[in-house]
Design a protein around this ligand. Sequence first.
Ligand code: HEC
Length: 133
Amino acid sequence: MRKFGLLGLSAILLVAMSGSAFAEGDATKGKAAFLVCAACHQIGPGAKTLIGPELNGVVGRKAATVADYPMYSAGMKKLGADGWVWTEENIDKWIANPKAMIPDSTMALAFPGVADAGQRADIIAFLKTNPAP
Ligand code: HEC
């Protein structure tokens, strides 16, 4: 009985930990979940700028640095000038609620964000499978 109780406790701790730590997502699920981004962003071989900048190699990329993208908002340009890098944590924050981060961003106007943390982790895992060419 006592042993069972301890096991139960460690299971609860594990769940609590995976909730707080930055969980690694599933790239295959992320590819499907990326469909909500694909309305505006291309990624993968030959990806071009669409409504949003192409996202190859975006994990680790400095903000607002796609040379042929003409529509960066003032807020996004300022982030880039301040040296903001799209780490996994920063992308997570951005796609959770774009408006909270850059109220004047074109992306924030048209996209409310992805509420589900697991789905965001999956999308970020998928982004990582698409390095800069
Ligand atoms: C309605 C169109 C739209 C959707 C949907 C959208 N984005 Fe964007 N995204 C944009 C636009 C426009 C920008 C440029 C924003 C700016 O300059 O403020 C952008 C910028 C970005 C940037 C910064 C790029 C850079 O070069 O600095 C990232 C990262 C990004 N989006 C990821 C995503 C992801 C991941 C999703 C899906 C979860 C997504 N976006 C969904 C339109 C969109």
